[in-house]
Write a protein that binds this ligand. Structure first.
Ligand code: UTP
Length: 289
């Protein structure tokens, strides 16, 4: 079955990027000239997703405004002939059918996904974590959707991380199938060193069958006292099996300060308008380091 719906959880408190995220949702922090969430929505659209639910929270109204029209601004740009700028201002509102719902209490990623149940209905759906931007020619979520269509099982996007980093993420039990595709039979969120199953970790993307909602209904709070999506996916992996895709593309963690700086630098270097100037500046700066 073709995946046409996506859910973007963006209701987290963003404590690792305070105070920047106090009144601006961290998903709205820019990478050069577009907010992080726009890269994520564009990735989903390039993968053939047509309907997107963004899960927000109190104080995240800027997300809704960004994907809406802004008539006064557009009229001003049109009347002064700034057509390129006008196109870029209108583009986010035209990307897909975008819906919003609020997670009324910040009880964890698994809890956030539960609020997508009526939007999703009885279909498989993609999940793109609102603070994980993945840049690449081949949209990462499209690679996962293809694996869903091939095996009919839930899919996680994964990458190998360091032994030090894995205790902050999740760890997967995997065996290779073909190319960058693996079978996933178990997983653990924020493993202690003696619980590490492999250095493959879920990073920012998955495709889930609707059965996940019944599992989430009985998923108890886990690491950090939050209802963890990984704990629900573990039940899926153990009982039915899941598929893992070691996706192509570079992932930037916009939920931490270093990730934001890395994304900004690398996207700026490739940017048609500022790329050359930024490269020259960086070369000069590097001489002083
Ligand atoms: P994170 O744990 O990275 O986000 O969740 P956070 O809670 O905002 O981060 P810190 O630790 O406080 O800095 C991964 C994704 O899940 C969403 C976040 O918005 C992020 O996109 N999330 C997390 C929710 O939507 N609801 C939650 O209750 C928790």
């Amino acid at each position: 079955m073709k995946v046409t719906k996506a859910v973007i959880p963006a209701a987290g408190l963003g404590t690792r990027v305070l105070p920047a995220s106090k009144s601006i949702p961290k998903e709205m922090l820019p990478i050069v000239d577009k907010p992080a969430i726009q890269y994520i929505v564009e990735e989903a659209v390039r993968a053939g997703i047509t309907d997107i639910l963004i899960i927000t929270n109190r104080g995240k109204g800027a997300l809704e405004d960004h994907f809406d029209y802004y008539p006064e601004l557009e009229e001003r740009l049109a009347s002064s002939g700034k057509n390129d700028m006008l196109r870029s201002v209108r583009a986010p509102a035209q990307l897909a059918n975008i819906y919003f719902i609020r997670q009324k209490q910040t009880l964890g990623l698994g809890h956030a996904i539960k609020s997508a149940r009526s939007f999703v209905g009885n279909e498989p759906f993609a999940v793109l974590y609102g603070d994980d931007v993945i840049i690449g020619d081949n949209p990462a979520i499209g690679q996962l959707c293809a694996a869903y269509e091939e095996y009919g099982l839930g899919v996680v996007g994964m990458k190998e991380v360091t032994a030090e980093a894995i205790t902050k993420y999740s760890s997967l039990a995997v065996s290779p199938l073909h190319d960058r595709i693996y079978s996933v039979t178990n997983m653990v969120e924020k493993p202690r060193p003696d619980e590490i199953l492999s250095l493959f970790s879920i990073l920012g993307r998955c495709v889930l069958p609707p059965e996940i909602f019944d599992i989430l209904d009985h998923t108890a709070p886990g690491a950090g006292g939050e209802i963890q999506l990984t704990d629900a996916m573990k039940e899926l992996a153990v009982t039915r099996g899941m598929t893992g895709v070691d996706f192509e593309g570079t992932r930037y963690d916009m939920g931490n300060k270093l990730g934001i700086l890395q994304a900004t630098c690398e996207v700026a270097l490739r940017h048609p308008e500022v790329g050359d100037g930024f490269r020259a500046y960086l070369k000069e700066l590097a001489k002083t380091l």
